[in-house]
Design a protein around this ligand. Structure first.
Ligand code: SAH
Length: 406
């Protein structure tokens, strides 16, 4: 029985097309604007009741973002106690899986934790919130921040404001500025720990909220593969995969990133882990150019990691993105020795896991090798997905052996 009492029952009801009842009932929390009748819409960000055939729910209406409605609850409109319950439920998952010595983790993963349009990342004693629509910033963030404050008592909670991206939490890198929501402003750099590794995070200017927390288990996998290897890390950013490889016993790691400041942060990360950056190579160059020029030499790497930025932020860019992924992976595979390993990642939600495997097969064919997949994963355990919301499964991580064609 729905308990629809008090304030919730006084909310206006938006009638949605009946056909949406199937996906909404299965837990897909988004309704795009083109499903709504413009005449019936509220003027401002607000909580509404929605009905689609037999489906009834409570949603946040945003007057600007292409996702006009985000469904939060079935029984009543969320209030402070409801948000606190979501934070506690999310924390219980992290407490179950997070290693003692891991001090940076995602506490709330938007849709996957039942709080659409908002992520909360913990960096030691600070929490960074990012919202994906004005309505979420206005009507959800304050309650979530209060709940996190009372559950975790961090030194500070900040909001990272960002350029709006249409498709939700993982839709590309962030950029943007920090606004203090409560407590203290974080220092420019925070040293975090993860499985015996130290990683410096810049919450003010780093990509995402500071680090790519979603690759945690993938870093551990790379570490387990690296002993005795010459490693190439493409799109290396601040060197998280590079350090994992070095700590795993790599003979040498070459980190390639177009941004010189990413490479200098990577060097400092090496130092923070007592690894001499002088024993490794840092290349500030376009990956495509770097690999094109490497084509003229014998492949020299035993393990290559390729984790490019999202090449597509919308469906329209999908074909160009698939071409770019295929090209960079063909070149990356060609730089890897026969018998070596190749780890390919893609954070583009528009590219499905099966489409990603297909493009890797095509890339291997172009490189003239056999590609034997040995491991496949996605985002870290603190980035859960709602069943019924396939967009939430955005990260692909495929590791294979590069073998001679026979
Ligand atoms: N693998 C990293 C995250 C990669 S983020 C990690 O796990 O931490 C993407 C990185 O790609 C950014 O640092 C950006 O500077 C870099 N980049 C984007 N386009 C590039 C290009 N064409 N060539 C080289 N680096 C590029």
């Amino acid at each position: 029985m729905a308990r629809d009492t008090g304030a919730s029952s006084r909310l206006p009801t938006l009638e949605l097309p009946k056909k949406l009842s199937v996906s909404l009932g299965a837990g897909h929390p988004w309704v795009y604007r083109d499903h709504l009748q413009p005449s019936a819409l509220p003027k401002r960000a607000s909580w509404v009741r929605v009905r689609a055939g037999g489906f009834l729910g409570y949603a946040l209406y945003d007057p600007v973002s292409p996702i006009a409605l985000r469904i939060y609850a079935r029984d009543s409109a969320p209030d402070a106690a409801w948000f606190r319950a979501r934070v506690e439920q999310a924390l219980s998952l992290r407490l179950k899986y997070r290693a003692e010595d891991t001090t940076a983790f995602r506490l709330l993963n938007g849709e996957g934790d039942g709080v659409p349009g908002l992520v909360a990342d913990v960096y030691d004693r600070y929490v960074v919130l990012v919202t994906y629509a004005g309505a979420v910033a206005e009507l959800v963030l304050p309650d979530v921040a209060r709940a996190i404050d009372s559950v975790l008592s961090p030194l500070g909670i900040v909001e990272r404001t960002r350029a709006q991206k249409p498709n939700g939490p993982e839709d590309g890198a962030s950029g943007g500025r920090l606004r203090v929501v409560s407590g203290a402003e974080p220092p420019r750099e925070i040293e975090t720990r993860e499985g015996g590794m130290r990683l410096l995070a810049n919450l003010h200017e780093g990509q995402k909220t500071g680090l790519f927390l979603d690759h945690r288990e993938n870093r551990a996998f790379v570490r387990s593969l690296s002993a005795g290897c010459r490693v190439l890390n493409l799109f290396s950013y601040t060197g998280a995969f590079s350090i994992s490889a070095a700590l795993g016993g790599a003979l040498g790691v070459t980190s390639v990133d177009i941004a010189a400041e990413a490479n200098s942060a990577a060097r400092r990360n090496f130092q923070a882990n007592q690894i001499d950056p002088g024993a490794h190579e840092f290349v500030s160059r376009d990956v495509f150019e770097y690999l094109e020029s490497a084509k003229h030499h014998e492949p020299r790497f035993d393990l290559t990691i390729c984790d490019p930025p999202s090449f597509a932020n919308s469906r329209d860019q999908l074909f160009a993105a698939l071409r770019a992924y295929t090209k960079v992976n063909a070149l990356g595979i060609a730089a890897t020795k026969h018998g070596g390993y190749y780890a390919a990642a893609s954070c583009t939600a528009q590219v499905s896991p099966s489409a990603f495997r297909e493009l890797l097969a095509e890339a291997a064919a172009r490189a003239g090798v056999r590609f034997q997949i040995v491991h496949e994963a996605g985002q870290a355990l603190d980035h859960p997905q709602a069943a019924g919301h396939p967009e939430g499964r955005y990260l692909k991580f495929v590791v294979g052996r590069v073998l001679e064609r026979v």
